[in-house]
Design a protein around this ligand. Structure first.
Ligand code: FE
Ligand code: CA
Length: 432
C-alpha cells in the first residue's frame, strides 16, 4: 500500500509458506515506483500481521542528493536489551545495514539479563528456534517494521570464528558443513533476502550490491564463507608466517574479483562497503611489542594489502568501509602501509559497536590513549553500546556514533557521542 493505514493498496497476492522453509515467505514485488515508501502486511486465516514499511531504490544512475542509513551488529540476547533499536526505529532513515552476529549460537546460561533456550545450536530446528527467540524482541521488531534491512552475517550465525568449512573446534569438514547448511538455511528463512540467496546445500551467495542513484554504490561482503583458516590461532598475537601467506584470503577469489570489478565500474560519488571484520591494522600491545587480530584483515596481510593497493591505484570514488564484530566504536584510516606515515589514506573505516553483546560496555579511557599512541591512524575509540547513523550527501559523509547508557536494564536513553565527517574527494575522517 502507499499509506500506512493500508487504504491505498497497489498490489496483493497469495503465497505459500511451506515447512521446508520453516513456514517463511520471501515475496518479491515487481512494478513498484522507485524512491518511495510502501507499507505491507500479511494475513493468514483470521490473523493479520502488524504493518511494516519499506522503501524502493531510486532509479539507476538518477541524480540523488541524500542517503541516510544506520548500521548495527552483535546482538547477544542474553547480554542485554536491544534498546538501541527502539531509538533507531524513531530515526529518519532510508535503510538499515546489519553486519552480523544477528544471533549467537551459544547454550543458555543462568544469571544473565535474558536466557537462550537450550544448548548450543547445531541443527535446523535449533537455529530456527534461536531466530524466533531473537525476533520476539519488540525493539528489534520495531526496527524491522520501520525500514528495509540489508543484511550480512559474521561468525555467530553459525559458529564462533569459523572459516569456510573449518569450525571453532576443527570438527571434520563434512560434519561442520552439515551444521553450516542448517545455519545458512535458517538465516535465509528469517532474513529479508531474495530468492537468489536461497542456499544450495551448505552454500549461500550473500555478497551483493546495489546503487542509490548516482550518490552511492554499496558492496555488501561476506568474509566468512570463503576465507582460509585464521593463521597463528584466532586470537590477538604476534604475526607468524601464515599472516603473510600469499594464498590466504578473506573474500575468496570470486568475491574479490566481483568487488574490485564493481568498484572499478562504479560511477557513484561514494562507494560504501558494509562488511564484518576490522580492516584498519591495529597493534594491540602497547610499547615496542606488537600483536594483531588474526580473525580480522590484519591476519590476512597479503589480501589486505592487495585490496588497499587496488584502492590506491584504481582510486574508486570515496571508499567507506563499515564494520562490526568487535563490540566497540572506531574510526580509522585505511592505508596500504601503516609503517609509512607519509603513505596515502585510501579510504575510511567506520566500525560500529554492538547492540548488546558484552553487556553495558564502558566509556573508560583506561588504556585507550596508550593503544591510540601505537596506532595514530585510529581517530576514535569507544566501547559503549549502540549503533552508527550515517548521512551522505554530495558534499560529505557523516557518521553519528549513537550510544545508550546501559543495556542490562531496559529503557536507556540514547545520545550522540561523536560525529565524524569525510569530505567528498578528501580521504580521511575528522571529528565534527
Ligand atoms: Fe559479536
Ligand atoms: Ca606496540
Amino acid at each position: 500500500a502507499r499509506d500506512e493505514r493500508m487504504q491505498d493498496v497497489v498490489q496483493s497476492g497469495t503465497t505459500i509458506a511451506t515447512s521446508a522453509l520453516g513456514h517463511s515467505v520471501h515475496v518479491e514485488v515487481q512494478g513498484l515506483e522507485p524512491a518511495r515508501w510502501y507499507w505491507y502486511r500479511f494475513r493468514f486465516s483470521s490473523e493479520v500481521s502488524t504493518v511494516g514499511r519499506t522503501r524502493t531504490l531510486p532509479e539507476q544512475g538518477i541524480r540523488v542528493d541524500r542517503l541516510r542509513f544506520a548500521f548495527a551488529s552483535c546482538q547477544h540476547f542474553e547480554q542485554g536489551y536491544f534498546t538501541a533499536y527502539k531509538h533507531m526505529a524513531e530515526d529518519d532513515l532510508d535503510l538499515v545495514f546489519h553486519l552480523g552476529d544477528y544471533i549467537y549460537e551459544y547454550a543458555g546460561r543462568d544469571g544473565r539479563v535474558r536466557r537462550h533456550v537450550g544448548d548450543e545450536i547445531e541443527v535446523i530446528d535449533d537455529y530456527r528456534n534461536r531466530y524466533a527467540l531473537y525476533r520476539s524482541d519488540l525493539d528489534l521488531q520495531a526496527a524491522h517494521a520501520a525500514f528495509p534491512w540489508v543484511v550480512t552475517w559474521d561468525d555467530h550465525e553459525v559458529d564462533n570464528n569459523y572459516a569456510a568449512d573449518i569450525s571453532e573446534d576443527e570438527l571434520p569438514s563434512e560434519l561442520f558443513l552439515r551444521r553450516r547448511a542448517a545455519a545458512y538455511q535458517a538465516y535465509y528463512e528469517h532474513m529479508p533476502l531474495r530468492r537468489r540467496s536461497l542456499p544450495i546445500g551448505a552454500n549461500l551467495e550473500l555478497y551483493r550490491g546495489f546503487a542509490w542513484g548516482d550518490l552511492a554504490s554499496c558492496f555488501v561482503l561476506d568474509t566468512r564463507q570463503y576465507r582460509t583458516n585464521q593463521p597463528c590461532g584466532d586470537g590477538r598475537v604476534s604475526v607468524c608466517d601464515g599472516t603473510y601467506d600469499p594464498a590466504a584470503t578473506l573474500l575468496g577469489p570470486e568475491q574479490e574479483r566481483w568487488l574490485t570489478t564493481g568498484l572499478d565500474q562504479s560511477e557513484t560519488m561514494w562507494n560504501v562497503i558494509p562488511q564484518q571484520v576490522q580492516m584498519t591494522r591495529v597493534d594491540w600491545t602497547t610499547g615496542d611489542e606488537e600483536s594483531y587480530g588474526m580473525d580480522v584483515w590484519s591476519g590476512y596481510e597479503v589480501a589486505r594489502r592487495r585490496l588497499m593497493e587496488f584502492l590506491a591505484t584504481r582510486r574508486p570514488n570515496n571508499p567507506i568501509v563499515l564494520t562490526g564484530d568487535i563490540h566497540s566504536n572506531w574510526v580509522g584510516d585505511l592505508k596500504v602501509d601503516y609503517q609509512d606515515s607519509d603513505g596515502p589514506i585510501v579510504g575510511t573505516e567506520f566500525i560500529g559497536t554492538s547492540i548488546s553483546s558484552g553487556g553495558d560496555g564502558s566509556n573508560s579511557r583506561d588504556g585507550v590513549d596508550a593503544m591510540l599512541a601505537d596506532n595514530p591512524w585510529v581517530k576514535f575509540f569507544n566501547a559503549q553500546r549502540g549503533y552508527v547513523r550515517c548521512d551522505i550527501n554530495r558534499r560529505e559523509y557523516v557518521s553519528d556514533y549513537r550510544v545508550v547508557d546501559f543495556v542490562t536494564r531496559p529503557g536507556s536513553p540514547i545520545s550522540n557521542l561523536a560525529s565524524f565527517v569525510v569530505e567528498n574527494g578528501r580521504p580521511g575522517a575528522y571529528r565534527r
